[in-house]
Design a protein around this ligand. Structure first.
Ligand code: NAP
Length: 316
């Protein structure tokens, strides 16, 4: 099965909403779901998937399910247990794609102690810290390959890697990464990284394809940071009788990236899928691409310091 180029993102979908959201998304036509241990909702997502299958809305083999290895499970001896926990929670016997969530290894926290472990090692301590672990990424990748050997996962890939890490990965990967998942939208086009990944044969998936919108509720962006009000976006929307969000998502597809927009609103879910009946012109594409200002909303080099008092840049 090929990965559908439009998937459904599950970050920040509350556990109690997952069942209805998944059913609605499957009814709308989504067959690709982007999950992660760190989203803290995989058990609820699993219930939603099971209910959608039981209701006859879809079959398992019609679905593309991605999950991600969390930072605290990078040590090779923890990778399979972390994957099996996601599989159990999701109620699946294989994943279509399993990604290393971040190129950041953090100290192990046992699943039975705290799950998902998130970023802070010892939240109950007087002085909680984000504790690094000394695990080279090539060891984590070898453990990911072992998951593919055991057919627990059909494809493996990486997320939040930069160009240097991709070059490095390609020197030792026995099983080639299928996908690179990165933040990408008109304010952060990452042209060189996208081009490099494609040169190596990786598919690129854009997360937060709508830009700032996802980060307003986290106080990591302001409402005024939205790309949806940019004149070149609104004028293209008017010209094609589409919404600004559809234009931005269409731009991402036309530049050759997959997208995984999240919405819990049934109308916006459908809106985000209905983008294959129009094309942006070369001029429209160029104008939207020219909005790039290298504005990154999801940056461990920023949020780890603000939220966890730990300086941990990975892109600089
Ligand atoms: P996003 O999908 O770009 O934006 C979601 C936000 O936009 C929500 O506030 C949503 O609100 C709103 N929205 C959705 N469709 C809209 C539309 N048509 N018009 C106006 N507003 C709209 O951001 P994201 O959730 O950050 O990214 C998508 C997925 O990427 C995530 O869910 C997750 O699966 C993945 N991701 C991966 C990483 C990683 O490190 N690998 C990091 C971040 C995200 P409503 O729900 O109210 O519609």
């Amino acid at each position: 099965m090929e990965m559908p180029s439009i998937g459904f993102g599950l970050w920040k979908v509350a556990a109690e909403d997952c069942r209805a959201t998944i059913a609605e998304a499957v009814r709308a036509g989504y067959r690709h779901f982007d999950c992660a241990a760190d989203y803290g909702n995989e058990a609820a997502v699993g219930e939603g998937i099971a209910a959608a299958i039981a209701e006859g809305l879809c079959r398992r083999e019609d679905l593309w399910i991605t999950s991600k290895l969390w930072n605290t499970f990078h040590a090779p001896e923890h990778v399979e247990a972390a994957c099996r926990k996601s599989l159990d929670d999701l109620g699946l016997d294989y994943l279509d794609l399993y990604l290393i969530h971040f190129p950041i290894a953090l100290a192990f926290v046992p699943i039975e102690e705290r799950y998902p472990p998130e970023w802070i090692h010892d939240p109950a301590a007087d002085n909680p810290v984000m504790q690094r672990a000394s695990v080279p990424l090539h060891q984590t990748w070898a453990a990911m390959e072992a998951l593919a050997d055991k057919e627990l996962v059909r494809n493996i890939g990486v997320s939040n890697y930069n160009s240097a890490l991709i070059h490095d990965l390609m020197t030792y990967a026995r099983i080639r990464p299928m996908t690179l998942q990165i933040e990408a939208h008109p304010y952060l086009t990452q042209d060189k990284l996208v081009r490099l990944a494609k040169d190596y044969g990786l598919q690129v998936t854009a997360f937060s394809p709508l830009g700032a919108l996802s980060y307003v509720e986290l106080d990591m962006a302001g409402a005024g940071d939205t790309v949806l009000n940019e004149p070149c976006v609104t004028s293209a929307a008017a010209a094609h009788d589409k919404t600004p969000a559809q234009v931005v998502l269409r731009w991402a597809l036309q530049r050759g990236t997959s997208i995984i927009p999240k919405s819990t609103n049934p109308e916006r879910m459908r809106e985000n899928l209905a983008i294959d009946d129009f094309s942006l012109s070369e001029d429209e594409m160029a104008a939207i691409s020219a909005l790039n200002s290298n504005r990154r909303f999801n940056d461990p080099g920023v949020f780890c310091e603000l939220a966890f008092d730990s300086f941990h840049p990975i892109y600089d």
